[in-house]
Design a protein around this ligand. Structure first.
Ligand code: CA
Length: 226
């Protein structure tokens, strides 16, 4: 369920274009977040880790080329496909954009049908994710991110690994010792072994979804549908 709705960030300063793109994307079933300048767009992408970015070339504060370069230089965001939007007069920029890692470009004015078709292709090219999802919680071991409804939540490395161990085997009851072993391996002398403290912190970070971690009396913990 969680991966059914792809999330697209549109970074575009012309409000008319932004509006029509958002309208069409939402109508096509995508979740859309909007930014009106480069710096804001960069922060938004890093914050919500969307499935795709539509990126205008000419933007205030930071242009599309710079945003593209920064997203591709950061290992967390490098895998997010980018489609550049540019005016016909900016064709030199398109070439620069592609050499800086953009996945595709589309020249203004474009039809919404063309844009939708390009988005579908770019999303299909996106590498398969190994994300583990239970209810609204999606944990991606490759990206080292945990999201609730596509919003990244902060976990420490230990918390992340504990949650990953449980989410990899939903329904399995783990003892505290097993959790330490599967999550942290041999390096247990350097970390806090108090699983209960970590679990409490994870539940707090999960907010309304805290009940995906169940306490199994006399045993330990397990992940389930809550
Ligand atoms: Ca523009």
């Amino acid at each position: 369920m969680q991966s059914a709705q792809n999330h697209i960030v549109c970074i575009e300063d012309e409000e008319d274009i932004q509006e029509i793109i958002a309208f069409n994307l939402e109508r096509a079933g995508y979740k859309v977040s909007l930014a009106g300048d480069g710096a804001q767009g960069l922060a938004l992408v890093q914050d919500c880790m969307p499935d795709l970015v539509l990126l205008d070339v000419m933007l205030p504060s930071m242009n599309g080329m710079q945003v593209c370069q920064q997203l591709k230089a950061n290992s967390e965001t490098a895998g997010v496909p980018i489609i550049m939007l540019s005016a016909r007069s900016e064709e030199d920029d398109i070439v620069k954009g592609l050499t800086r890692g953009a996945d595709d470009y589309i020249t203004k004015p474009f039809s919404q049908a063309e844009l939708m078709a390009r988005i579908k292709v770019a999303l299909r090219r996106k590498p398969q994710s190994n994300a583990l999802c239970i209810k609204d919680v999606c944990l991606d071991p490759d990206l080292f991110t945990c999201k609730i409804n596509n919003q990244v939540i902060k976990l420490t490395t230990t918390e992340f690994k504990l949650l990953q161990a449980m989410m990899q085997q939903p329904g399995r009851a783990f003892s505290r010792e097993q959790l330490i072993q599967s999550a942290l391996g041999e390096q247990t002398d350097v970390v806090d072994r108090n699983v209960d403290v970590h679990i409490r912190a994870i539940r707090k970070a999960l907010g309304d979804d805290h009940n995906i971690i169940e306490t199994v009396r006399g045993v330990g913990y397990r992940c389930g549908e809550g």
